[in-house]
Design a protein around this ligand. Structure first.
Ligand SMILES: *[C@@H]1O[C@H](CO)[C@@H](O)[C@H](O)[C@H]1NC(C)=O
Ligand SMILES: *[C@@H]1O[C@H](CO)[C@@H](O)[C@H](O)[C@H]1NC(C)=O
Length: 877
């Protein structure tokens, strides 16, 4: 008895020094917990708190313990199967525990589910028998096939596209056309000729029907095309979908107008199924640029109407600027919800240092690094390239896989393509600290997205895939912080940004989900208004109800722009399948703090699938916005060549799998280095200590601000009624219960000039309905004009705010979730009393439940319109 008790007491010690116990992976699920002994609980207590059985210490790792739970239908959902959905009972109980106030919550720092993987010997296999076998059985005689390691990797067999099994099944991309939006496509190459689709091609640089590469460096598009559809013949290698077709849309070999770029992105869009885009704004680490409104409209048009309504598939390379501190969330093409963004891994499965990371990265595929390039077709009749690389060589491999999937399942919509990425991608380098288990139980990494694309796994899952229900969205109304306003294109006010961060939160309720017909979460876009004298110092993160943190903006050492973020829209995929109900927090930090900044406000849109498919409508952008020429926008632009920012040593540099993409803050959470499910410190005590002091520095701004208002009113700036969400008459501007925001009355100085067509303050009570003005002028050309958040207001019917039912000048504060916005003469940060729902709501179908938003710690609070929708014509003075 005594001995048994003694043994029990000593058991952790004994186990730590003893040999590992026998694991029963077929009957149990295993997890590693990182235990914090500082709170007086034993590791066994921590294990029990998660409902798991304590096993032993993990090797020699201090405070890391293996725990297990018996497999059962409730606890052992297959983490990678779509049917499983979000749910791992232990992960869930970890999140619950962390949310709870229980003392033991502090003892469990993190949780990492264990999955079994086959490690493969690193030694080169002298003669890989399978290569011969594959060539024989598939009758492949392409001379460089054996150099195409991305198809058959003799040295690192676990790192290849895994496509040959599909070829043997006869899946080769027949009937699918991919368009290379690039610098041309050499259709006279013997390797591409048979698969070239002339009718889907056009040269937008030289305005000719055929996309002949003409400049000395017009090689990129041809090389990318070879990766997708190089024919199985006696020239060079083979494409992943070697019986699919490719079209060329030449736009990168000179300046291009927005109109031409838009036309290119929709060119032949009933036949061209996939648009392979290995380009974007410069990857300099300084630029922040997205597609302007016309191009956004083209992309959305492709999504809504391309491929017979199933949607064009847009595939974008994540960018080659990681070495310069660039990240793909600063690029409005790669962070669009409509793009599949593809990063790179190299022939050893490592992260090449150029490949950009961000929360919008969906998957990775192979490219240059650790000593190897991609071998493919080149410009010339029989010329091959062994020099291809960068993320722009990775994206076409994803395109090839999608072409194979569409061969098998032509009915997949653009969102099914994305879901299949999320569900079928495989984790690589599991020890990489950049991985974090999301609320759905799926690991996500800024560097790898949801993981590596495996052609066989993807297409196999596609074969039996149930199409997703239509897309819906849910606008989480704008939260604005203290005194924030926009006058013309100037932002004023806002909460001073301190090193530890300024947090602002909003709550999503079950009722809101029902109201918006919203079933399951996919993408989240977050638009922010931040002014800062050095943009590269600003960090922005989104923290979900389950405590999952998405880094939206990371520090960029070369970005010294003084423009801040004028409604820039970030995107994250990290919350895919997470339950959105609960508190969402945006935190803006500046850990350098040598330059000044203010957080003015933010808004968020959640995108996902519909509860009731019959009620879902396609998202639309309205024409109105085209009437608003963005200030300073260029008429034409010249996209840099995809290789412009690709470092010369992109292939020679060794990759890595040991560094998190974004260094975390000093607040001591494990998120950056922990890898596993980690928790941000919820309570940031003292975070606002500095605010009062800093606020006093802001007094001059308030003064300056008033002058600007007067000036603005006098000058009679153009302004436009803003409108959004009009397609559904769901709006009501209900007072928020307990709202602490001082509601200032309409300032007469802010009245629009006479004759502007905009009713003055006196008229506003007459109608009972009130329109919201958006005070946000269109900012610099770097400002993304809202990528897709303007709901059509021109299609509104009876019972909604019509154009003539817009008599009011009620203003809800400046920051609504459209980046495209209108300057208003009434630039003051006023808000008047909130109209009576009963009076205003008479014409509305239903009123949503208002919900609270607050800026933590700020006495000022914030408020938001519950779900503003209204429509109005643009008004001009
Ligand atoms: C690769 O493809 C084969 C079939 O050719 C399949 O059995 C295997 O599971 C695939 N590998 C992965 C990692 O999906
Ligand atoms: C802070 O900013 C200054 C000036 O931009 C810069 O010289 C310094 O290296 C930065 N420090 C950190 C820790 O980022």
């Amino acid at each position: 008895m005594r001995l048994a008790q003694l043994l029990l007491l000593l058991s952790p010690v004994l186990q730590a020094s003893s040999r590992p116990s026998r694991k029963t992976y077929d009957t149990h699920d295993y997890y590693v917990i990182h235990h914090n002994p500082a709170h007086g609980h034993s590791p066994q207590d921590s294990a029990a708190a998660l409902g798991t059985e304590f096993v032993e210490q993990v090797g020699e790792l201090k405070d890391h313990y293996l725990v297990r739970i018996e497999k059962s239908s409730a606890s052992s959902l297959d983490r990678r199967s779509p049917e499983a959905g979000p749910g791992d009972a232990v992960v869930a109980s970890f999140h619950n525990l962390k949310r709870s106030e229980e003392p033991i919550a502090h003892s469990v720092r993190s949780l990492l589910p264990q999955t079994l993987r086959q490690r493969t010997k690193r030694a080169p296999i002298p003669s890989f028998p399978e290569l011969d076998e594959i060539q024989d059985s598939l009758d492949i005689h392409d001379p460089i096939f054996s150099s195409q390691w991305h198809i058959v990797n003799k040295e690192f067999p676990q790192h290849m596209m895994n496509v040959t099994g599909l070829w043997k099944e006869g899946v080769t991309g027949k009937g699918v056309i991919s368009a290379l939006v690039d610098d041309g496509l050499d259709y006279e190459s013997e390797d591409l000729k048979v698969n070239f689709y002339a009718a889907g091609s056009y040269d937008f640089n030289d305005h000719e029907p055929l996309p002949k590469p003409k400049l000395w460096d017009d090689r990129h598009g041809t090389r990318c095309a070879g990766e997708i559809a190089a024919a199985k013949n006696d020239v060079c290698g083979v494409g992943l979908a070697y019986e699919s077709k490719v079209a060329g849309l030449r736009i990168l070999s000179g300046p291009i107008s927005d109109a031409d770029e838009s036309a290119a992105l929709n060119y032949g869009f009933q036949e061209n199924a996939i648009y392979s885009c290995s380009w974007g704004p410069p990857d300099s680490g300084r630029d922040m640029e997205g597609p302007n409104l016309l191009i956004q409209k083209a992309v959305l048009n492709g999504i809504n109407n391309g491929r017979g309504g199933k949607g064009s598939v847009f595939v974008f390379a994540s960018g080659n600027g990681a070495g310069s501190g660039d990240a793909c969330n600063f690029d409005g093409y790669t962070n669009s919800i409509y793009s599949v963004t593809v990063g790179a891994i190299d022939n050893q499965g490592l992260h090449p240092y150029y490949s950009e990371a961000c929360a919008a990265n969906m998957i990775v595929t192979y490219s240059s690094g650790s000593g190897k390039h991609i071998s493919t077709t080149d410009v010339g009749q029989k010329t091959c390239s062994h020099q291809h690389g960068g993320t722009s060589a990775a994206a076409p491999l994803a395109v090839g896989v999608f072409a194979l999937a569409l061969d098998v399942r032509p009915d997949l919509t653009w969102r099914d393509i994305q879901h299949l990425c999320v569900y079928s991608a495989a984790i690589i380098n599991p020890e990489d600290p950049d991985w974090e288990v999301t609320a759905s139980g799926r690991p996500f990494s800024y560097k790898y997205g949801y993981g590596k694309l495996d052609a066989w796994a993807y297409v196999t899952m596609a074969r039996t895939w149930n199409l997703v229900k239509p897309q819906v969205w849910m606008d989480i109304a704008t939260v604005e912080l203290r005194d924030a306003a926009m006058v013309g294109t100037e932002m004023t006010g806002g909460e001073p940004i301190v090193p530890e961060g300024v947090s602002s939160s909003t709550t999503v309720t079950q009722e809101m989900l029902e109201e918006w017909n919203f079933e399951k979460l996919e993408h989240i876009t977050v638009q922010v208004w931040i002014r800062h004298t050095r943009r590269g110092d600003v960090e922005v993160e989104l923290i979900s109800p389950a405590g999952i943190k998405s880094v939206l903006a990371s520090q960029r050492r070369f970005d010294s722009a003084t423009t801040g973020f004028v409604g820039w829209k970030f995107m994250t995929l990290k919350h895919w399948d997470e339950n959105p109900v609960g508190k969402w927090t945006v935190r803006v930090k500046d850990q350098n703090n040598t330059e000044k900044g203010y957080f003015l406000g933010w808004s968020m849109t959640m995108w996902g699938s519909a509860i009731d498919a019959s009620l879902a409508e396609k998202f639309e952008l309205t024409d109105e916005h085209l009437n608003l020429p963005p200030a300073g926008s260029e008429q034409t632009k010249h996209h840099p060549k995809p290789t412009a920012h690709l470092p010369d040593d992109h292939a020679s540099q060794m990759g890595e799998a040991t560094r998190p993409a974004f260094q975390d803050d000093k607040s001591g959470t494990e998120t950056a280095t922990g890898g596993p499910t980690s928790f941000p410190d919820a309570a940031e005590a003292g975070m606002f200590d500095n605010i009062e002091r800093l606020m006093s520095n802001q007094l001059w701004l308030i003064g300056a601000f008033s002058v600007v208002i007067l000036f603005a009113a006098g000058a009679g700036l153009f302004f436009w009624l803003r409108k959004r969400r009009a397609r559904r008459a769901r709006s009501a501007y209900a007072p928020l219960p307990g709202d602490t925001m001082p509601m200032r009355s309409l300032d007469p100085r802010g009245a629009p000039p006479a004759g502007s067509g905009v009713p003055g303050p006196g008229e506003r009570s007459a109608g009972g309905t009130r329109e919201l003005y958006d005070a946000f002028g269109v900012g610099s050309d770097e400002e993304d004009e809202g990528d897709a958040d303007e709901h059509s207001a021109l299609t509104g019917g009876a019972g909604r705010y019509g154009q003539n039912a817009a008599p009011a000048t009620y203003h809800d504060g400046f920051l609504d979730d459209n980046g495209l916005t209108s300057a208003r003469t009434t630039g003051a940060p006023y808000r008047d009393d909130v109209p009576d729902v009963a009076a205003a709501g008479a014409t509305r179908a239903k009123a949503p439940s208002p919900h609270r938003a607050g800026s933590d710690g700020s006495g000022d609070g914030s408020w938001q319109d519950a779900a503003a929708d209204h429509e109005a014509a643009p008004l001009r003075p």
